[in-house]
Ligand binder design. Sequence first.
Ligand code: NAI
Length: 489
Amino acid sequence: MKAHITESGKKLVTVIPGDGIGPECMDSALKILEAAGAPLEFERCLAGAEVFKAGNATGVADATIESIKKTRVVLKAPLETPVGYGEKSANVTLRKLFETYGNIRPARELPGIETPYRGRGLDILVVRENVEDLYAGIEYMPTPGVAQGIKLITRKGSEKIIRLAFELARSEGRKTIHCATKANIMKLTEGMFKRTFEDVAKEYTDIEAKHIIVDNCAHMLAKSPEMFDVIVTTNMNGDILSDLTSGLVGGLGFAPSANLGSEIAIFEAVHGSAPDIAGQGKANPTALILSTVLMLRHLDEFEIADKIENAVVHTLEKGIVLTGDIAPKGLKPSSTSEFTDAIIENLGETAEEMIRRERKPLKLPNVSTDPVMVSAESKRTVGVDIHLDSDASPATLGAEMEAVAEGSSLKLKNISNRGAQVFPLKEGFTDCVDQWRCRFMPRAAGAVVSDEEILSLLAKIAVGHRWLNIEKLNEFDGSLGYTKAQGEE
Ligand code: NAI
């Protein structure tokens, strides 16, 4: 990824001032960048509430998209989706459009910020997959009382984020990566992420690679957060864990973030537009300023990044000019612009209590763009699940499905409801809903199921039942590509 260099030799950045406190925080960040002598030029662009209200349902103006394609680097303040406009947020539009697959959230202890963990030297980097998982937004309602979402995890998506995490660790001189998953329960989806981590880790022998179950990760973050260096994880886990790590070091007001893709990088504060304090000069711009520090490092401007970071940390450790959200009792809160001026005055100072790292330019991973990233020599369909909408009892439905399959090459293996086998009846108390999964397998052990057999069975079922969807049960090179229901043998 190369920055766009202007005629005057500066690096061009797309700036989105955003909504609520966004413009105030952005003014502060840009003033500091200028005062620090950052060799940058800016293109101010629109996204968020104003764009939605102008009738653009994506929340991102076309000119903004053109600017980003050119500059490849974005500094963005929080955006709002006003009620009644747009189905998707402008943030999601940007994330999807530019495939910023890596959400990077550093959480580092800052001086003068009171937290129960103060003094423990926390400096954790959460690397969250940002595109896949339950956030792919693939949701359905098969019946009025049942909603389901697809948890999409791919080898390619996992490999990209995991390689990025290892490269980030190398660029920051970090020693350990924990991969946090729920692979013990979601064996295929979270399991794919874990297996990819284990494979990729073999290429990074200089970094210690450990797996941790995500709930235990949350537990250990509350108990002994200093044991963590880098955490790489899937989208949903990362959403929660990265807010948790921000909380450990003082809250979202101090949390910067980078959204990295192979082509484009977007830097932003984690907090929202804080409409309750917008336009009052009360906003704390620290998170956006620290996001500019991440951006400068991304642009290989290490010295200026360090200069701004030192000035911010020094201002916090002096503890004289602080915004209302962090000013201790008895200290008159300063305005956003007073706080900004104090940081500018401190440019050139060296912070005493700052955790420092030797940093090298980040090498972005190069993962194949081939759609078929993992191929198998043999792909066999060994059964089929047919989902039905029915208010019948498991016993009645079971008898009906057995009768429908009579005389065909497929036989009913079982019916499950909410993931548990309910026919043939097992012990238990499954509270059933009107969505049923009927699993059909070939009568001849080890046989392959053809499309004709599936379609013929489906046609028979459709005569008396409302079918919802079908799922082929695949076997790839002998490995099962599906899971069994609770209680299924
Ligand atoms: P919020 O982060 O805007 O505010 C939560 C609380 O924290 C409020 O009391 C606010 O005053 C305070 N706060 C947040 N940032 C602050 C700062 N820099 N200085 C001082 N106080 C600060 O979260 P909320 O209220 O849930 O969301 C407000 C709007 O922001 C919503 O429309 C939401 O969709 C949007 N949002 C946008 C994000 C983005 O663009 N990346 C991220 C999160 C929310």
